[in-house]
Structure formats: structure tokens, C-alpha cells
Design a protein around this ligand. Structure first.
Ligand code: GLC
Ligand code: CA
Length: 556
């Protein structure tokens, strides 16, 4: 018997290791500069992450997604990469990276790293070479350069605006201008250039060889561009249909040729490396291309980021995304919070205010978080209910550091302390994303609430002490323990990627997984009868009935 089990014959191909681990993984996003600071300089670092692996293991996550940790001048929080195959010296060394990977893997946690292929930093060697080289040179061809208009090229080639406010074309002093869809310090690569393509394959192999399990692909829908001789105006660009795959800048069909090449690299490894695309595409059905098994394999579905706390909206989003995932062969991804949006405990404490996008409460942020007044208690209650419901859905769950503490957005950051380019480039219009990037509170007291020995690089509010890991760890009713319990149960209960809806009142969503696992969310403000079944976990007190704004997990 033993012999039968251990013997392999030529007829049995070797099993690939655990190739589907990502399909329903819980992935925890770390924004490294704000997670834990091991050397006391106020900036989170890789040894800080290594020192907290026990915390991640106890939390019960399957993987970590690490936002950029590469050398960067921090013009955009590290999304301006100066060297794709190194570690920012302020965050550590490659040896520290290896130690972090070993510690994570030792705890059974996979690692996904962020890769930023649309643009580099202006401090990247290649961009410096491009500036030093003449017009028409191979050095300039790695980026997107154009002659300016006007007699001496003194006018921009087009009136395009960048994502952070202000012009998207900047002059380099010799009549030429370069394109940056994001900050001026983030010049866009020219993906028609073979050297650019080859260099990214090298980067994918570099990190895969170091044990990285996958990649989160930044602005995956922007790489392929087709700029005609005569550039259209901003208004003409905005009027172009994105549904056809032929928009000049966004979501062009040929971007998938690039990812087909990446897939070949991913499949050189066992298990194959995985990838998840950040692709804000419209219509959402175009996401399936990114999620295809011959491409990146998975794509973020950001629909819950935009959703009000409303059962009909949730149901529609869930049904649509499960259908789309089935169409692409991938699994879907659920996200409430990340480093770009207002934390969901805060969003759900604010009235729907007409701001779009819904994940970014612009007016409220501009008021310093005073107008309208946040109902913090209701926000957290709804966030807990929403998260517990989401964690019962088929697919991957992406969590953002600090949401397990129920943190709210920090809205009262003084102007002098702000870091996000959005703030500097759109004065008086946008304050940016610093409020969800404030370093985590680990202890109830101390100079930076246990983040490190120095003051944190973004100021932490007083209330962080009461929200700290230390303050919550032993409290069975804390948000931290809700997440721990939910992730442990989720692992134990995980079932095939399907669900059915049980009949329910309009204010309630009641889903069933194949193995008797059920989740019931009451979105209303009044209690409803508790459906039958063994109560496994609840987002708030449950006593005979299911109170308003509460989710319960049942087993039947
Ligand atoms: C992505 C990142 C965001 C960054 C932008 C430019 O949207 O999530 O943080 O600013 O890309 O790289
Ligand atoms: Ca540090």
C-alpha cells in the first residue's frame, strides 16, 4: 500500500505544486512605509515586516501583497520606481528581503509584490539617460517623447491632463516633451520598445527567482498606447469609447500581447507565479481579458469600493462578478479598502453624498473630516457586517492593513505633513490619499504607538492608541478578533466557487455555499428573525434575532 502511494510511474505526470492557491486566498496588503519600523527612523521597513510575521500568521492570511519597496524618491508613495530590481535603502537590503520571504514562507504565507510597468521614476537610470541623450536617440525611445508645438516647441504637444492634476506633458528644454499620465516624476514607458519589454521580463524572473509567489500589476490597462502624428485634444480623448479596445491610451487590446509574454515567464515556475491586474476598465466585462489564464490570471473587481451599504447593490455586484469570473475562468476578487481610497469604516459612516467616485469622499476630505460629521459607530458596525459578508463570498479577499483594526480614515492631517502628489498638484481641490496611509498603531501608548521608536512619518492621531493591536488583542468583541475568527473559519469552511441565494426579506442577503456554510447580512436598521442553523460567528451581538446592520455566519 505504502509503495503504491509513493511510487511514480512514467504514466503519471508530476503534480504541479498547489497551483490554485490564489483562487480563494485571503491577501493582506502591506504599505511598507507605514506597517512597522524596525530601525526607528520613522519609516516602515522590511525588517519591520519580518518582525510582524507572527501577527500575520495569527491573523490568518494566506498571502501578503507588498506595495512598492523599491528605491524611490517617493513622488508617489513608491509608485515612482527608480530601480526595479532592488530595495529602497531606507527600507532595507536584498538580504532583508530574502529574510522576509523566508519568514513569510516559514509561516505558510505567500508573497505578492507590486510591479509598476506603466511608468518609472524620473530618477530611473533610463530616464536620466533619456534626458542626456538627443532627440530621436534610442535612450529617448524607451519613454514617450514628442516635439512641442509652436515655433520652438515651446507649447505642449497636447493639452492632456494627468491623473493627479496639471498637464500630462512636460518639456525637457530642447523643444521635446515627455508624457506622464501620473505625476511629472513618473514618465510613461514606451511599450513599443523591445528593451522595455525585455527588461520587465528580467524583473519578473528576478523576483520570482527570489521566491516571490506573484505580482500585483499597477495600472495594468495603460501600458499599450497608440499615439498618432496629430494628437487629439483632451476633450477628444475623453469622448473616445473605451469599450472597443482601441482608445489611444487606456485598455487597448494589444496590451494582452504583453501579458501573454509575462504568462510564459510565470509558467516557468512551479507553482506558476500568479498576477492580479489593477485595471479600471469600462465596461467591467473587459476585465475578463486581464483575468484570462493566458494573461495575468486575475483582475481586481473594485465594484464594492463604489457600493453604498445596500443589499440590492451588493447582490447585483456579486452576481455580475461571479458571472464574469466564470466567463474568464478566473476567480473574482473582493476589495473594500486599499492605499488609494478612503477607509471603508469611514465611507460607511458618511451619508451617500453624490461625490464620485464613491470610494473617495472628496468634499468631506477637503473639510478636514468635519463636514458632514462621520457616524463612526455606525460606520464601523456596517464595515464589520460588510466585511464578514464579503469573506463568505467565493473568490479572493483582498484586505488592506489596518482594516482589521477597524481604523477610520485620518482626515485631519496638517497640510505641512501631507505627502500625496494629489495634494500638491490640485491645491484646494483634493487632499489625496495620506489619510489611509498613516502608520499602524501596535501598542496603546508610546511615541508612535509601537510602530517604531521614532515619530511616524505621517502623524498618528490620539485615538490610534485605543484602536491599537495591543488594545484589541484580548478583547473577544474587537474588530481584530472578528477578523481572526473569520479568517480561521473561512479556511476551515472554504468550499467550491459557487453560491446560491436563499429567499429573504428585501433588507437581507442570505447566501449559501455548497457545504452548508451560510452568511446572512441584515442591511436594514431593524432586527429580523435569525434563520435556522448553528451560529458560527457574527459581526455584532446576536440574540435570537439578527439585529440591523449585522452579518452572521451559520452552518446547516
Ligand atoms: C495605482 C496605484 C496608485 C498610484 C498609481 C500610479 O493606481 O494604486 O497608488 O498612484 O497607480 O502608479
Ligand atoms: Ca525604518
Amino acid at each position: 500500500m505504502t509503495e503504491l502511494l509513493t511510487s511514480t510511474t512514467d504514466a503519471t505526470p508530476p503534480q504541479r505544486l498547489d497551483a490554485d492557491w490564489w483562487r480563494q486566498a485571503t491577501v493582506y496588503q502591506i504599505y511598507p512605509r507605514s506597517f512597522a519600523d524596525a530601525n526607528g527612523d520613522g519609516i516602515g521597513d522590511l525588517p519591520g515586516i519580518t518582525s510582524r510575521v507572527d501577527y500575520l500568521a495569527r491573523l490568518g492570511v494566506d498571502a501578503v501583497w507588498l506595495s512598492p519597496f523599491y528605491p524611490s524618491e517617493l513622488a508617489d508613495g513608491g509608485y515612482d520606481v527608480a530601480d526595479y530590481r532592488n530595495v529602497d535603502p531606507r527600507l532595507g537590503t536584498l538580504a532583508d528581503f530574502d529574510a522576509m520571504v523566508a519568514a513569510l514562507h516559514g509561516a505558510g504565507i505567500k508573497l505578492i509584490v507590486d510591479i509598476v510597468p506603466n511608468h518609472s521614476s524620473d530618477q530611473h537610470e533610463w530616464f536620466k539617460e533619456a534626458l542626456a541623450a538627443p532627440k530621436g536617440s534610442p535612450e529617448r525611445d524607451r519613454y514617450v517623447f514628442r516635439d512641442g508645438l509652436g515655433e520652438h516647441g515651446e507649447l505642449p504637444p497636447a493639452d492632456w491632463k494627468c491623473m493627479f492634476g496639471g498637464p500630462a506633458w512636460d518639456p525637457v528644454g530642447d523643444g521635446q516633451w515627455y508624457l506622464h499620465l501620473f505625476a511629472p516624476e513618473q514618465p510613461d514607458f514606451n511599450w513599443h520598445n523591445e528593451e522595455v519589454r525585455a527588461d520587465f521580463l528580467k524583473t519578473l524572473r528576478f523576483w520570482s527567482d527570489r521566491g516571490v509567489d506573484g505580482f500585483r500589476v499597477d495600472v495594468a490597462h495603460a501600458l499599450a498606447k497608440d499615439l498618432p502624428e496629430n494628437l487629439p485634444s483632451e476633450a477628444e480623448l475623453a469622448a473616445m469609447d473605451t469599450a472597443t479596445g482601441t482608445h489611444l491610451l487606456w485598455d487597448r487590446d494589444e496590451v494582452h500581447e504583453i501579458y501573454a509574454g509575462w504568462r510564459e515567464v510565470f509558467d516557468e515556475y512551479d507553482p506558476p507565479r500568479i498576477a492580479v491586474a489593477e485595471a479600471w476598465v469600462n465596461p467591467p466585462s473587459r476585465r475578463a481579458r486581464y483575468a484570462s489564464a493566458s494573461g495575468l490570471g486575475q483582475a481586481f473587481n473594485f465594484d464594492l469600493l463604489e457600493a453604498d451599504f445596500d443589499p440590492e447593490a451588493y447582490r447585483r455586484i456579486i452576481v455580475d462578478n461571479l458571472d464574469q469570473a466564470a466567463a474568464s475562468g478566473s476567480s473574482t476578487t473582493w476589495v473594500f479598502s486599499n492605499h488609494d481610497v478612503v477607509r471603508h469604516a469611514t465611507r460607511y459612516g458618511l451619508p451617500p453624498n453624490g461625490d464620485r467616485p464613491r470610494h473617495y469622499n472628496r468634499t468631506w476630505l477637503l473639510s478636514g473630516g468635519t463636514e458632514p460629521v462621520v457616524d463612526t459607530e455606525a460606520g464601523l458596525r456596517r464595515a464589520r457586517a460588510a466585511t464578514l459578508f464579503m469573506l463568505a463570498l467565493p473568490g479572493s479577499a483582498y484586505l488592506y492593513q489596518g482594516e482589521e483594526l477597524g481604523l477610520s480614515e485620518v482626515a485631519d492631517i496638517p497640510d505641512a505633513a501631507r505627502q500625496d502628489p494629489t495634494f500638491f498638484r490640485s491645491p484646494g481641490v483634493d487632499v489625496g490619499r495620506d489619510g489611509c496611509r498613516v502608520p499602524l498603531p501596535w501598542t496603546a501608548t508610546g511615541r508612535s504607538f509601537g510602530f517604531g521608536d521614532a515619530k511616524a512619518h505621517l502623524p498618528q492621531p490620539e485615538w490610534f492608541g485605543a484602536a491599537s493591536v495591543e488594545a484589541q488583542s484580548d478583547d473577544p468583541a474587537s474588530t481584530l478578533n472578528l477578523y481572526r475568527d473569520a479568517l480561521a473559519l473561512r479556511r476551515e469552511l472554504q468550499a467550491d466557487e459557487s453560491l446560491t441565494w436563499a429567499p429573504s426579506e428585501p433588507q437581507v442577503l442570505h447566501l449559501r455555499r455548497a457545504n452548508g456554510w451560510e452568511a446572512v447580512a441584515n442591511f436594514g436598521s431593524t432586527a429580523v428573525p435569525l434563520p435556522a442553523g448553528e451560529v458560527l460567528l457574527a459581526s455584532g451581538p446576536v440574540d435570537g434575532e439578527l439585529p440591523g446592520e449585522t452579518t452572521v455566519w451559520l452552518r446547516n
